[in-house]
Design a binder for this molecule. Structure first.
Ligand SMILES: Cc1cc2nc3c(=O)[nH]c(=O)nc-3n(C[C@H](O)[C@H](O)[C@H](O)COP(=O)(O)OP(=O)(O)OC[C@H]3O[C@@H](n4cnc5c(N)ncnc54)[C@H](O)[C@@H]3O)c2cc1C
Length: 449
C-alpha cells in the first residue's frame, strides 16, 4: 500500500512546486525535507524587526512562473529600491555612477562590453534545453570563463569588475567556471543584462514577507501533514511497481514515483538501488556548490538614502562583492546587505565572528560614510556551512561536466525524476528555474501514470 502517489525529496521551491501541481490535480503527494523548515535556499528571517532573506530574494522580468505562483498564492511583490548613486570600488578607489553602467575610462568599459557581447552572442546559439548539444560545446567545456576574461580584458579594472559580478551571480571565480556552464546559464536567463540589472532585470523586485513565503504558502496548500520536516532521505530503492524512500531515522515511505529535488551535488549523498547509471552518479559527484555569505546590518535610519546613495556598491577587491539596500518596503526599517561570494566566501569562516562583523562594517563605512559604524544589529549566514545545501547560490559544473554528463541532468531513471533549479531549462539557478523544474517534473510523473 502506497503512502502517496508521489514522494518528493526536498522542500525547496522546486520540490514544493513539484508537489503543488499534482496535488491540485487530485494526486496524493508526500514531501520529505531534511531540515526543520521549508524553502531551502529561500529562507527568510528577522533582524531587529527587519525582514531579511538569507538566501534568494529578487525576482524580475522574464520570470513568468514565479509571478504567476505569487499571484495564485495571494502573495505580492514590491520594487527593489534603486534610486540614487551607486558605487564601484576597484583597487581601493571609489567611483560613483547612476544607472547600470559604472563610471570608468571608455577603453575599460569597451573591454567589459566586448566580453558581454561575446558571451551573449555565443549563448544565443545554444539550445536552451540542450546546451551540451551545440557543436562547440565540447570545446567550450574544456575552457573556463577565465579564457574570455584574460583574452578580452587586459585592464585590471575591467577584470576586477567582472570578478565582482561572477562572485555574486555564481559564488565562484572565473577560473572555476566552465565556459559552457556560463553560456548555458546566460542562455537560460536570456542575456547577461538580465543577470546584472535591477531595473528591468532579475533584481527588479522583492517578495513581500520574504521569499520563503512562497514555499510556506505552497506547503500549506499541499497540506502541512504531507510535508514531513527533519526527514533527511538516505536511500531510494525502486522496483517494478514503485519506490521505497527511507530517511536517516529509518522511516520508510512507499510511492509510485519519486522526484528528487535536492541540489545536484547533494544527490550523491543518497544511496540509490539499483545503482544509478555512472553518468548520473558522476554528474552529482562532479558538481559542487558555489560559495556565498549574506551579511545583514541593521541601522536606526537609512543614512545612505539621505545622502543620495541607492545602497548598491560593487567591489572587485573583496571580500564584499556587492551591497544592497534591504530596507522595508516603506523604507522605515533600515537594513543593509553585504554579499560575499566566491573564494572570499569559502574562507570567510577563518575570521572570528567579531572580525567578520568589523570587516563588513568598515566596508560600509568606506562606501557610505562613518554612520555605518553605528549599527544596531548584525547577522550573517554562511551557506557553505549548511549541511543540506552545501553552498550557494547555485551548483557549479566544472569543465568537462556539462558536455559529457549534461544529458543526465533531467533524464528520469525508471521511477526516479529530477527537479531543482540546476535542472531548469529557463532561469537555471534562480527561484524561477526552481518553479519551472518542479512543474516539469510534476508533468513527467503525471503523464507517466
Ligand atoms: C545566498 C543566495 C542568494 C540567492 N539569490 C537569489 C536571488 O536573488 N534570486 C533568485 O531567483 N535566486 C537566488 N538564489 C537562488 C535560489 O534561491 C535558488 O535557485 C532556489 O531557491 C533553489 O530552489 P531548489 O528547490 O531548486 O533548491 P533548494 O532550495 O536548495 O531546495 C532543496 C531542498 O532539499 C533539501 N535536501 C537536501 N538534501 C536532502 C535529503 N537528503 N533529504 C531531504 N531533503 C534534502 C534541502 O534541505 C532543501 O530544502 C540565491 C540563493 C542563495 C543561497
Amino acid at each position: 500500500m502506497n503512502d502517496a502517489d508521489y514522494v518528493i525529496i526536498g522542500a525547496g521551491v522546486a520540490g514544493l512546486s513539484a508537489a503543488y501541481a499534482p496535488k491540485k490535480r487530485g494526486a496524493t503527494v508526500l514531501v520529505l525535507e531534511a531540515q526543520d523548515h521549508v524553502g531551502g535556499r529561500t529562507w527568510s528571517g528577522q533582524l531587529e524587526g527587519a525582514e531579511v532573506d538569507w538566501g534568494g530574494e529578487w525576482i524580475g522580468e522574464g520570470q513568468p512562473r514565479i509571478y504567476a505562483l505569487i499571484k495564485e498564492l495571494g502573495l505580492r511583490t514590491f520594487p527593489t529600491f534603486d534610486t540614487g548613486k551607486k558605487i564601484l570600488e576597484l583597487r581601493g578607489q571609489l567611483s560613483t555612477y547612476i544607472g547600470t553602467i559604472p563610471w570608468m575610462a571608455p577603453w575599460k568599459l569597451i573591454q567589459i562590453q566586448l566580453a558581454i557581447w561575446i558571451i551573449d552572442a555565443w549563448a544565443k546559439g545554444l539550445d536552451m534545453a540542450l546546451p551540451w548539444n551545440h557543436r562547440n560545446a565540447p570545446e567550450w567545456d574544456t575552457k573556463t570563463l577565465e579564457s574570455i576574461r584574460s583574452r578580452f580584458m587586459w585592464s585590471a579594472d575591467a577584470r576586477a569588475t567582472m570578478d565582482a559580478a561572477i562572485r555574486t551571480i555564481f559564488g565562484s571565480e572565473s577560473g572555476e567556471l566552465s565556459l559552457l556552464h556560463m553560456l548555458a546559464y546566460v542562455r537560460s536567463a536570456g542575456s547577461m543584462n538580465n543577470l546584472i540589472s535591477t531595473e528591468a532585470g532579475f533584481q527588479h523586485e522583492r517578495i513581500a514577507g520574504g521569499a520563503q513565503s512562497v514555499s510556506l504558502a505552497m506547503a500549506k496548500a499541499v497540506g502541512e501533514e504531507h510535508v514531513r520536516l527533519s526527514q533527511p532521505v538516505s536511500a531510494i530503492v525502486q522496483d517494478a511497481s514503485g519506490v521505497t524512500v527511507t530517511s536517516a531515522s529509518g522511516q520508510s515511505y512507499r510511492a509510485k514515483r519519486a522526484i528528487v529535488a535536492v541540489p545536484v551535488p547533494l544527490g550523491s549523498q543518497i544511496s540509490f538501488s539499483p545503482r544509478l547509471p555512472a553518468l548520473r552518479q558522476q554528474l552529482m559527484q562532479r558538481a559542487y556548490m558555489g560559495g556565498a555569505v549574506k551579511c545583514f546590518v541593521r541601522y536606526e535610519n537609512a543614512f545612505w538614502r539621505e545622502k543620495g546613495f541607492s545602497g548598491e556598491a560593487a567591489s572587485g577587491d573583496g571580500p564584499v562583492s556587492v551591497t544592497f539596500d534591504q530596507c522595508s518596503e516603506d523604507g522605515k526599517t533600515a537594513c543593509m546587505l553585504a554579499f560575499i561570494g566566491g573564494k572570499f566566501a569559502r574562507t570567510w569562516h577563518r575570521y572570528a565572528p567579531d572580525e567578520r562583523k568589523q570587516i563588513v562594517i568598515e566596508r560600509l563605512a568606506k562606501y557610505f560614510g562613518p554612520e555605518a559604524r553605528k549599527p544596531i544589529a548584525y547577522a550573517e549566514l554562511d551557506w557553505c556551512g549548511e549541511q543540506f545545501i552545501g553552498g550557494a547560490p547555485i551548483a557549479i559544473f566544472p569543465t568537462g561536466t556539462l558536455s559529457i554528463h549534461g544529458a543526465s541532468l533531467r533524464e528520469p531513471i525508471g521511477r526516479i525524476h529530477w527537479a531543482g533549479t540546476e535542472t531548469a531549462r529557463q532561469c537555471m539557478g534562480f527561484i524561477e528555474g526552481a518553479v519551472e523544474s518542479g512543474q516539469r517534473a510534476a508533468d513527467e510523473v503525471l503523464s507517466a501514470d
